[in-house]
Design a protein around this ligand. Structure first.
Ligand code: BGC
Length: 793
């Protein structure tokens, strides 16, 4: 391959080479027809493939998010999911998916916690490697991100993580090392700095990545992360989005003056050509992975969601059997979060809410009980028609003064014009629709967006305002912009002609624009609604309360401020539990939340952000058609005040010191001696297990596992190491390996756990070292439940 690459390189002049090392679009790598190199569209993201554009008319399968995937501890399932991601990528004509997200759960406040896998580097690495392997087996590139130490969002463009080499090697770099071993073709570097240098120019791109680990793939910048022309001498190979002005003509000049050596550019181009050969973009055709029918994709997402759900406690109320009547409560039951916010967003063709999923199989009566916040929602398609076509949806016009550049029929109330050619040239945007309300009462009608906005109702201007963003992060500004509205008292069936015009006034740094036609439905007064929910629970056989976070508190672009459930959700659960002993709480959050009522309810099921099939998977788990398969990939605290590592806010000099070193997650909890609500690795199923007889041969442990219950089940058998009497600062114990077993009622099977050499090593100035002496192996089903031990000399 190298000869071919050298021949092609020789055909490119300097300007052509520089063109190749930045994108030719927002989500597109440049091509060169002269050498037969196609342009290469790429797409977010980690849990679904949005495609090159952010457009509801081209929907995508929405998979469970990162924490959920890691909670399965199931490499084989990740293999099948990788196949689906590859199929989605090719269906959308993209060559690479920008995922998985492999930063660590250092603080539970981290805004992208939901998107990352785990607090443990080994679990992260294993899940990521299975993902990378499966996607790339079909000729589509993965792109593990963000290299490295991009573990929180506060001031993410400028934060300077200060971490010692051992901490970096053993924790934050380890998943990337494993992804390189798994053969990843692309890696994304991050916005932040590490030890004083921005990651797009950081020496960590040379060592260990490209040198010691022998990585021969491409390093792509995070979007807008390339900060200088001279930095092109360093390890980032492609600046995105493109064309990136700092790397255009100024870079050609910098090479001419000798500031940037041409050999550095050649190395980048070689890597890009190698990448292009791998994905079939150079004089070839990309591989075609086996396609998924809609049914097959839905089935896999539903299975994965159920496998990811963690049953934290259960007094035997679950599985439910056949209750005569179920009270379903909680705003999140009808309007759940299927995915986290930010660049990982995809637009699914259909979703199933808990209300829909449970109503299909159980005699459900529903009332929300609480309002999570005062945010309006994007106008539902069922309520709005495009005045141009008469079809459900809206009419979007791209304007340049009075000139109409284009008109589109859109089928979503919230639009995100990202990478869309018209959006880059239009001076203003106009969204029109006829709203027909389905309920009498006081409606809020308005918009969400940033810029100069105007709202007309029935031809009359009712609101104009120049709206500025609440936060500084461009992603937050696009995805979570401020809302404004007017109120109208309407009768059922009333129709209003609504027009919203937006003229951007700020340059977000991203060629993108977001605009939402938002509505707020009439709702009962808060106390009345609350009382109705409690009364319904009191008179029902079983109460299921779905609680969760919102996009305003858990998303890319900012960190959380606390771990509390928003609104009166805690109060609702407590009130419901007080009147119904069979209260099941379903938690719909991507990362830990405080659950002060957790010991007062019959069962707690953690569902994460489970993807589009949430409702059906939840119905499977609650009724017992499927076992909840998840085990915690991250510790769930009782309260934020107990959490050993919390801070995500850089100091005035931008530094964010990782003073805790190697002690994050359960390692830090073990060190502090405080018990969390639920420990790392914890999760119940619907059967019981007995573990016995550990045998260690070389670096493999085998364990006898017996299903002592009365139904088939799956168990994650976990192996941790400790090193009694060590001369080195170490965690009390740390994950070394795991195996997932399945057994029928009464059946005995063997778990086989690989214990990689790396898990015995620690990093020193001399490199990786195994401390002489015996290690103790601990086997069990969570970091806090390890009944079996063995010595490893
Ligand atoms: C995110 C990346 C993402 C990129 C492109 C950035 O803001 O940090 O994870 O891949 O946007 O959407």
């Amino acid at each position: 391959m190298n000869d071919v690459i050298d021949d092609l390189l020789a055909k490119l002049d300097l300007a052509a080479k520089v063109r190749l090392i930045s994108g030719s679009g927002v989500f597109r790598f440049a091509g060169d027809t002269g050498i037969g190199l196609a342009e290469m569209p790429v797409s977010d993201g980690p849990t679904g493939v949005r495609g090159e554009l952010w457009d509801e008319r081209d929907p995508s399968v929405s998979l469970p998010s990162g924490t959920a995937l890691a909670a399965t501890w199931d490499r084989a399932l990740l293999g099948r999911i990788g196949g689906l991601i590859a199929a989605e990528a090719r269906r959308k004509d993209v060559y690479a998916v920008l995922g998985p997200t492999m930063n660590l759960h250092r603080s539970p406040l981290g805004g992208r916690h939901f998107e990352c896998f785990s607090e443990d580097p080994m679990l992260t690495a294993e899940i990521a490697a299975a993902y990378v392997d499966a996607v790339q087996a079909h000729g589509v590139s993965a792109c593990p991100k963000h290299y490295v130490a991009n573990d929180s969002e506060t001031e993410r463009f400028t934060a300077d993580v200060i971490a010692d080499e051992r901490t970096l090697r053993e924790l934050y770099l380890y998943p990337f090392e494993r992804a390189v071993q798994a053969g990843t073709w692309m890696i994304m570097d991050s916005y932040n700095s590490v030890n004083g240098t921005t990651m797009t120019e950081n020496a960590l791109l040379d060592e260990p990545l490209k040198g010691e680990w022998g990585y021969d793939g491409v390093v792509v910048s995070d979007w807008t992360a390339v900060r200088s022309t001279g930095g092109a001498a360093k390890g980032t190979d492609i600046a995105m989005p493109g064309p990136w002005e700092l790397w255009g003509a100024p870079l050609v000049e910098a090479v001419r003056t000798g500031e940037v050596p041409e050999s550095a550019i050649d190395d980048k181009v070689r890597r890009i050509l190698r990448f292009a050969i791998r994905v079939g973009a150079l004089n070839g055709t990309p591989q075609q992975p086996p396609a998924f029918t809609d049914e097959a994709a839905q089935h896999l997402v539903r299975e994965a969601a159920a496998q990811a759900m963690v049953l934290a406690t259960n007094d035997g109320t679950l599985p439910l059997g056949k209750p005569a009547q179920v009270a379903l409560l909680g705003a999140a039951a009808a309007e759940p979060r299927f995915m986290g916010g930010g660049s990982a967003t995809v637009i699914p063709a259909h979703t199933t809410s808990p209300l829909e999923g449970l109503s299909a199989v159980l005699p459900v009566q529903y009332t929300p009980g609480v309002h999570l916040n005062d945010h309006m929602i994007a106008v539902p398609l069922a309520l709005v028609t495009d005045p141009e076509t008469g079809a459900p949806g809206l009419s979007l016009r791209y304007l340049d003064g009075d000139k109409v550049l284009d008109t589109e029929h859109r089928t979503a109330g919230g639009l995100m014009l990202f990478g869309n050619a018209n959006a880059m040239v239009a001076k203003s945007f106009e969204l029109r629709g006829t709203l027909r309300v389905d309920t009498a009462g006081e409606w809020r009608i308005g918009f969400a967006g940033v810029g100069k906005l105007r709202l007309d109702i029935d031809g009359e201007t009712v609101l104009t305002e120049t709206v500025m963003p609440d936060g500084a992060d461009p992603v937050e500004m696009l995805l979570n912009p401020p809302q404004r509205w007017v109120t109208r008292t309407l009768a059922e069936g009333d129709e209003l002609d609504v027009l919203i015009e937006l003229a951007p006034v700020l340059d977000s740094g991203l060629p993108a624009m977001g605009l939402t036609f938002a509505v707020g439905r009439p709702r009962r007064a808060a106390d009345e609604e609350f009382a109705a929910a409690v009364e319904l629970a009191r008179t029902s056989e079983v109460a299921v309360v779905v609680v969760g976070t919102t996009e305003q508190i858990e998303s890319e672009g900012f960190d959380r401020k606390d771990l509390r459930l928003p609104g009166r959700q805690d109060e609702l659960v407590a009130a419901v539990a007080a009147v119904n002993p069979r209260t099941i709480v379903v938690v719909n959050s991507g990362s830990p939340v405080e659950m002060p009522w957790r010991d007062d309810v019959a069962a707690v099921l953690l569902t994460w952000f489970p993807g589009q099939e949430f409702g059906s998977a939840l119905a499977d788990v609650l009724t017992g058609a499927a076992e909840p398969g998840g085990r915690l990939p991250t510790t769930w605290p009782k309260a934020l005040t107990d959490v050993p590592v919390v801070d995500t806010k850089p100091a005035a000099d931008n530094s964010l010191p990782y003073t805790e070193g190697i002690h994050i997650g359960y390692r830090a909890w073990l060190k502090s001696g405080v018990a969390p609500a639920y420990p790392f690795g914890h999760g119940l199923g619907y059967t019981t297990w007995e573990l016995s007889d550990v045998t260690v041969t070389g670096h493999t442990a085998t364990v006898t596992v017996r299903n002592t219950g009365d139904r088939t089940g799956r168990q994650v058998v976990q192996a941790y190491l400790s090193r009694p009497g060590s001369a080195v600062d170490r965690p009390v114990r740390w994950l070394s390996g795991f195996d997932l077993v399945e057994a029928a009622a009464g059946e005995t099977v063997t778990a086989t756990i690989d214990l990689p050499e790396r898990s015995f090593q620690h990093w020193t100035d001399q490199g990786w070292v195994v401390e002489p002496g015996a290690f103790t192996l601990h086997i069990g089903t969570s970091v806090a439940d390890l009944p079996l031990t063995a010595q490893i000399a």
